[in-house]
Design a protein around this ligand. Structure first.
Ligand code: NAD
Length: 290
């Protein structure tokens, strides 16, 4: 396939390189001038998108996606497919899908889970929104860049699944960290806490697979001085998107709201920026009730 890839950052560059390695003809563009292995470089987004079978975007946010879509869609040929893998707000995903439809272009919103490691290894999970036809076109590429792709529904459904998942993740990480900090103050050994909770009704992915306590449970960013992993500011972004969506849909999400407020303080007023999102544990450790 002839593929245009726009946004060759931490995630986009290894994803584009994996497509090229699999034998696809990939042309990339990034405003920062970054490149990816095996990928031809275009001098504009428009040039990267022209005459391609598929155009993939991997960009920082919804405003940038809307801007890029505005220049890229008119350059694409009718019947081609646009796949956006960025994490953006549901409204932007739907707006881009609607513009694509008007231009006779198939589109899929397909945010990913799995991080930079998953992008490099080709083991991402894709959660996709769009028509069955658009998903079918994108699926062979998801198979190269990832290990699982779920077709979640119509346009925007991929972004909806992503932000609901990450709202659970943020809330659960905070709950796990505050419980560890309470256990400390009650004199409970952290390993014992893990042994009980990981096999009891308080178990979760954050406890069992990504334990925020160093030296306890499987290897995680906590064992590497909380180097990310998944940075606290990325969690803050995703919690912000969940609350933006909750407001638009008039959904009551008090825990998501509280998690957003905590990560906002952690990233903007404390030492959270650049640290893994599990560094909430040392934050709680150093605090008292008042
Ligand atoms: P990044 O900042 O490393 O990459 C984004 C790239 O887009 C940058 O290289 C930037 O120069 C480029 N860009 C910005 N505006 C552009 C434009 N107008 N035209 C062309 N290129 C432009 O970010 P990332 O970590 O690669 O993340 C990309 C997306 O994936 C984000 O939406 C993020 O939320 C999501 N995501 C990231 C991770 C992660 O662990 N990093 C995990 C899952 C999802």
């Amino acid at each position: 396939m002839k593929i245009g890839f726009i946004g060759l950052g931490n995630m986009g560059a290894p994803m584009a390189a994996n497509l090229a390695k699999a034998g696809h003809n990939v042309t990339g563009f990034d405003v920062a001038g970054t490149t990816a292995q095996g990928v031809a470089q275009a001098s504009s987004a428009e040039e990267a998108a022209r005459d391609q079978d598929v155009v993939i975007t991997m960009l920082p946010n919804g405003d940038i996606l809307r801007g890029v879509a505005q220049t890229v869609l008119p350059a694409m040929r009718a019947g081609a497919t646009l796949i956006d893998c960025s994490t953006v707000d549901v409204d932007s995903a739907r707006a881009v899908a609607s513009r694509a439809q008007d231009a006779g272009i198939l589109s899929v919103d397909a945010p990913v889970s799995g991080g930079i490691g998953g992008a490099a290894a080709g083991t991402l999970t894709f959660m996709a929104g769009g028509s069955a036809e658009a998903f079918a076109r994108a699926e062979p590429l998801f198979d190269i860049m990832g290990q699982k792709a779920v077709h979640c529904g119509e346009a925007g459904a991929g972004q909806a699944a992503k932000i609901c998942n990450n709202m659970i993740l943020g809330v659960t990480m905070i709950a796990t960290c505050e419980a560890f900090a309470l256990a400390d103050k009650l004199g409970l050994d952290r390993q014992k806490m893990f042994d009980v909770v990981s096999t009891s009704s308080g178990y979760s992915w954050t406890m069992n697979a990504y334990c925020p306590a160093p030296g306890v449970g499987p290897n995680s960013p906590a064992d590497n001085d909380y180097q990310p992993g998944f940075a606290a500011e990325l969690m803050l972004k995703d919690l912000g998107l969940s609350q933006q969506a909750a407001e638009a849909a008039n959904a009551d999400t008090p825990m998501g709201q509280a998690a957003l407020a905590l990560y906002k303080t952690f990233v903007e007023d404390e030492d959270g920026e650049g640290r893994d999102f599990s560094a909430m544990l040392p934050r709680f450790e150093n605090r008292t009730r008042t």
